[in-house]
Design a protein around this ligand. Structure first.
Ligand SMILES: Cc1cc2nc3c(=O)[nH]c(=O)nc-3n(C[C@H](O)[C@H](O)[C@H](O)COP(=O)(O)OP(=O)(O)OC[C@H]3O[C@@H](n4cnc5c(N)ncnc54)[C@H](O)[C@@H]3O)c2cc1C
Length: 497
């Protein structure tokens, strides 16, 4: 007989912990109890301010009011990331949440664009993407359109501390019990090896059937207690430290994240309603912390509002993200670079997966294996996408960039690059959160241009092709003049000052 699961204990009250508590309780309701243990002595990592569009599914499942959410978390709209200096210093490109042109079965727009480019017509792929046009014009509106060509997919930048508090209030209203306390010891059942209870400093004890480890980089249950093991990916993603600092907000708020490459790492700049978030992600083999602080502070656009905070990390993942009766969610489950803002998405995706596979009737090896299989594939796809940004560079100004350019990369990524380079085709995998338009923009932005295109693109004459491109460019820009600026939108929609 498998033991029925009804008492869920979440360890940790960062973004992962509160999102897990809120979603579990909202979806599974009274079938489970949820207790969350967190320690003010340790605190949260406190970064993680940029998201990707699936965050809207979380808000919709939780039934959050978008205007209230934007107000409470001091959020702004994110349409893209602008990658600056990544291919070569002085150049930039966007990875938007949109797509160039209009999607067409079998022959995507970029094949027409490639044919035009190969026949000598100079044209910028991003001119056919409304998200890019909005970023350049600093505009945003919630589009209600019948034609998906004008859909504007978006995500948010938010204050992660405020986001945690917002989810905490929400979860407590749903009956999640918060326990303040430092977990000092963990009891294990000698037969099954399952976690049975947490011992708190000062004498308290929390019992549970199922534990969600959201203890951050400490990986208290999945790592320290169960010794699950960690797959280290630092040979592909060599940055191992970040330094974060807030700075004064600008007069006007950009609707995108900036990612600015330096000689051995990169800097993020994230606009919020009340401040900018900044940070440098770097390799300690190439910069000392003092050098990193100099680079970061000398490259702020406005004055710093606090001392820089250092956050060490190791890229990789827990070998099993579900082990015994513990599922790791958030930083305890692994960490990929914040380059594509995927960690909060991975938290969401882990919880959704757990909700699908939740072992009400008891834990079975089939459920555990399926959960681990899906998690592994998902992490690996995101890893490959991030490696692409580093590997496909043409910078020659430091050993760091030469090393990442010359390193061996995972076979699946190499294959993707080769197929695109030769035939212009994009290989899409079911578990890859990044769809074809994302890969397309980063491949082209990093200088990997297709040498051929789909034969269907030959169905037009040269003249028809030139017309198609010119009309598309015009059509994509049509909504722009009526759209408010990003700041006007924030003010109208949620009363942001
Ligand atoms: C530099 C950097 C930049 C990032 N940028 C982004 C981004 O732009 N977008 C994005 O999606 N993600 C980003 N992330 C990731 C994001 O910050 C995390 O995924 C997110 O904050 C979740 O963290 P967490 O909840 O897993 O851990 P934490 O925030 O570290 O929370 C851990 C919790 O566990 C508790 N805890 C730990 N040990 C104990 C104990 N013994 N007893 C009791 N409680 C304990 C702590 O008190 C805390 O409440 C970034 C990460 C880094 C490092």
């Amino acid at each position: 007989m498998h033991k029925k699961i009804s008492r869920v204990v979440v360890v940790g009250g960062g973004t992962a912990g509160w999102m897990a508590a809120a979603l579990m309780r909202r979806v599974l309701g009274e079938t489970i109890s949820v207790e969350l243990v967190e320690s003010d002595q340790i605190g949260i990592v406190g970064v993680g301010e940029a998201t990707i569009p699936p965050i809207q599914h979380v808000n919709s499942v939780l039934g959050l009011d978008e205007a209230e959410f934007l107000r409470e978390t001091k959020a702004t709209i994110k349409l893209a990331i602008r990658f600056e200096n990544w291919r070569v210093p002085g150049e930039s490109y966007y990875h938007t949440f949109g797509a160039p042109g209009r999607s067409q079965a079998f022959c995507h727009f970029h094949h027409y664009w490639t044919r035009a480019r190969l026949s000598g017509l100079e044209t910028n792929l991003w001119d056919y993407d409304l998200s890019y046009l909005c970023c350049e014009a600093n505009k945003f509106a919630k589009m209600q359109v019948e034609d998906p060509m004008w859909e504007l997919a978006y995500a948010y930048h938010f204050d992660s501390g405020l986001y945690g508090q917002y989810l905490r209030k929400y979860s407590e209203n749903l009956g999640v019990k918060r326990i303040e306390g430092l977990v000092e010891d963990v009891s294990i059942d000698s037969e099954s090896g399952h976690v049975t209870s947490l011992k708190l400093q000062g004498g308290g004890q929390v019992d549970g059937d199922f534990f969600i480890d959201c203890s951050g980089g400490r990986a208290l249950l999945i790592g320290k207690t169960l010794g699950t093991g960690y797959e280290d990916w630092s040979h592909w993603l060599p940055c191992n430290r970040a330094m974060a600092v807030p700075s004064r907000r600008f007069e006007s708020t950009l609707p995108f994240t900036r990612s600015i490459a330096h000689s051995a790492g990169w800097q993020w700049r994230i606009p919020l309603q009340h401040r900018n978030g900044n940070g440098l992600v770097y390799s300690s083999h190439h910069y000392t912390d003092d050098q990193a602080a100099d680079i970061l502070l000398n490259n702020l656009d406005s004055e710093a509002e606090a001392e820089p905070k250092i956050i060490p990390f190791r890229t990789g993942r827990a070998r099993k993200q579900w082990n015994r009766n513990v599922v790791a969610v958030g930083l305890s489950s692994g960490f990929l670079e914040p380059l594509e803002s995927t960690s909060i998405y991975l938290i969401q995706s882990a919880i959704v997966r757990l909700l699908h596979l939740f072992p009400h009737g008891g834990i079975t090896s089939e459920l555990v294996d399926e959960y681990n299989r899906q998690s592994q594939i998902e992490f690996e796809h995101i890893r490959d996408f991030i490696i692409l940004h580093y590997h496909a560079n043409e910078r020659d100004d430091s050993q760091f960039w030469r090393d990442v350019r010359n390193m061996d990369i995972p076979d699946r990524l190499q294959n993707k690059i080769d197929v695109f380079k030769t035939d212009g085709r994009l290989i899409q995998d079911q578990y890859d959160i990044f769809l074809e338009p994302s890969w397309l923009q980063v491949l082209i932005g990093q200088g990997i241009l297709p040498g051929d295109y789909h034969p269907l693109a030959d169905s037009l004459t040269d003249e028809q092709l030139a017309d198609k491109l010119a009309n598309m460019k015009k059509a994509k820009a049509e909504p722009l003049p009526q759209m408010p600026t990003h700041d006007q939108f924030l003010e109208m929609f949620c009363g942001a000052a």
